[in-house]
Design a protein around this ligand. Structure first.
Ligand SMILES: Cc1cc2nc3c(=O)[nH]c(=O)nc-3n(C[C@H](O)[C@H](O)[C@H](O)COP(=O)(O)OP(=O)(O)OC[C@H]3O[C@@H](n4cnc5c(N)ncnc54)[C@H](O)[C@@H]3O)c2cc1C
Length: 439
């Protein structure tokens, strides 16, 4: 988010930026990600505004043929290295790697120990407020007895000896990635025990695509379902019927709605895992046994427990983006944090008054539950209405691939796009009113 902010800021203002990161390079959490990770969304929606990540191509083969490419970890890190070079070459940006912001306008090099004061004329931008917590950097949130094998998801790719059983701990995107990767390596689905404290709702990746008719069609389906929904549960079931939301087990009503995207081939694979433990969070792992608040579950003595149970996206609460102490980067429209950070960079570059900037860009939260998903949709849609009402912002946002809802200049249009726009025009306001009631 810090890179997206800086990129948009320096392209629209005569400024100097000191980019500070405690890691050794740009790329954020991707530097420590598991090696088989990919963006769960199209590459086009990720990165910075000036430069497309990837080639904007459709996948030509494999189970996602016809869907937009999704960058791997190495592609993402190479992209950010190039973007950092671009920033440095602009002469506007200096990069301070391995440098920690301590608060109180003080930074310290983790290597030389040198300390710096941030001068009073310099604005602090907090690009770490929502930095995700990942298994490689967070110990498992359960007790582990001696002699039990518990590894972060990253270590799966480096195993030297196969256990007779894998226990995958977590319900989110990292857990689904781990299971799909294990199955791709020939692991029998019956050799996987999936500890899934909550069942997740996930978005159908085929509809979260950088194609205005598809993306706006999905948004229109969502608004239409919201108008008719009798409850939040009913809303998600309607979205499932419309092909927007997916769940792994149709006999279980999910309560988790962080809503990463999932492809139908992944859904089919996840459904082959029959040994699902729904006993809440693991509290202890002993040899041959997982302990829960209400008892224990037997596993193989040599079971390998795969830690996919970090929080991922954070929910520290919304704060105004512009405050005297800092500009705190957060998503603005629903989801799509890179677009939110770029938008804040553009608005910072083109406006003077903080109250006005906050009026244009109220932040929206990451969701965790169905209620929070509804909140994100309401807050994010209202924010999008607010910043899009400014002609220059609308013009900028329509040119930026990070913006999933854009109709690019010169787009040829289609009957499907006209239909989506008409339905959005009809349903959005009543849908927001209904969602606000359901929240
Ligand atoms: C596995 C995974 C897949 C994802 N896939 C997608 C996707 O497909 N599409 C999408 O839109 N989003 C995706 N996300 C979410 C998304 O990557 C992030 O939420 C988003 O990029 C924002 O990252 P960030 O800049 O907030 O955090 P980070 O990338 O973690 O960056 C924060 C940076 O702040 C630095 N930092 C923290 N504290 C300090 C300090 N005190 N001093 C100095 N530096 C500090 C950290 O070192 C870090 O580099 C995914 C997340 C995960 C975990």
């Amino acid at each position: 988010m810090g890179m997206a902010f800086t990129d948009a800021l320096i392209d629209h203002a005569d400024v100097r930026v000191a980019l500070i990161d405690r890691r050794h390079s740009a790329s954020g959490h991707w530097l420590e990600a598991y090696p088989f990770v990919r963006l769960h969304q199209a590459s086009a929606f990720y990165g910075v505004a000036s430069t497309l990540l990837g080639g904007g191509q459709l996948q030509q083969r494999g189970p996602e043929e016809g869907l937009q490419e999704r960058a791997s970890q190495s592609e993402i890190c190479a992209y950010y290295a190039r973007m950092l070079d671009r920033m440095l070459e602009s002469g506007k940006v200096e990069f301070f790697p391995n440098t920690e912001y301590l608060g109180d306008r003080t930074v310290v090099s983790r290597i030389s120990g040198e300390r710096f004061e941030v001068p009073a004329r310099c604005r602090i931008v907090d690009a770490r407020y929502l930095a995700p917590s990942i298994p490689a950097e967070k110990p498992p949130p359960f007790g582990v007895s001696d002699g039990v094998r518990v590894v972060p998801v990253n270590d799966l790719a480096r195993l030297e000896e196969a256990p007779s059983q894998y226990v995958v701990a977590g319900s989110g995107k990292t857990a689904t990635d781990a299971i799909i990767w294990l199955l791709s390596r020939g692991v029998d689905p019956d050799a996987v025990c999936w500890v899934r404290p909550r069942d997740p709702w996930m978005l159908n990746r085929a509809l979260v695509q950088p194609d205005p008719a598809i993306f706006l069609g999905m948004a229109a389906d969502t608004m239409q379902a919201a108008v008719e929904a009798a409850s939040l549960e009913d809303l998600f079931l309607r979205l499932e019927d419309a092909g927007v939301m997916l769940r792994i087990d149709r006999t279980v009503t999910p309560t988790m709605a962080r809503a990463p995207t999932l492809a139908s081939w992944e859904l089919e694979q996840l459904r082959t895992v029959g040994n699902v433990v729904r006993r809440g969070h693991i509290e202890t792992v002993d040899r041959g046994k997982l302990g829960f608040a209400d008892g224990s579950v037997a596993v193989a003595d040599d079971a390998l427990v795969v830690h996919c149970a970090a929080d991922g996206l954070k929910h520290p609460g919304l704060v105004p983006v512009w405050r005297p102490e800092a500009i705190t980067l957060q998503p603005i429209r629903a989801g799509f944090p890179c677009f939110g950070a770029a938008l804040v960079g553009y608005v910072e570059a083109t406006r003077e008054d903080d109250d006005e900037k906050n009026r244009l860009c109220p932040p929206s939260p990451y969701p965790n539950s169905m209620r929070e998903w509804a909140t994100m949709t309401v807050v994010g849609t209202r924010s999008a209405m607010s910043f899009s009402a400014e002609p220059d912002i609308k013009e900028w946002a329509d040119r930026v691939a990070l913006n999933p809802a854009r109709i690019p200049p010169g787009h040829p249009g289609s009957a499907a796009l006209d239909d989506a726009r008409e339905r959005l025009a009809t349903h959005t306001r009543p849908a927001l009113a209904r969602l606000a009631e359901l929240m």
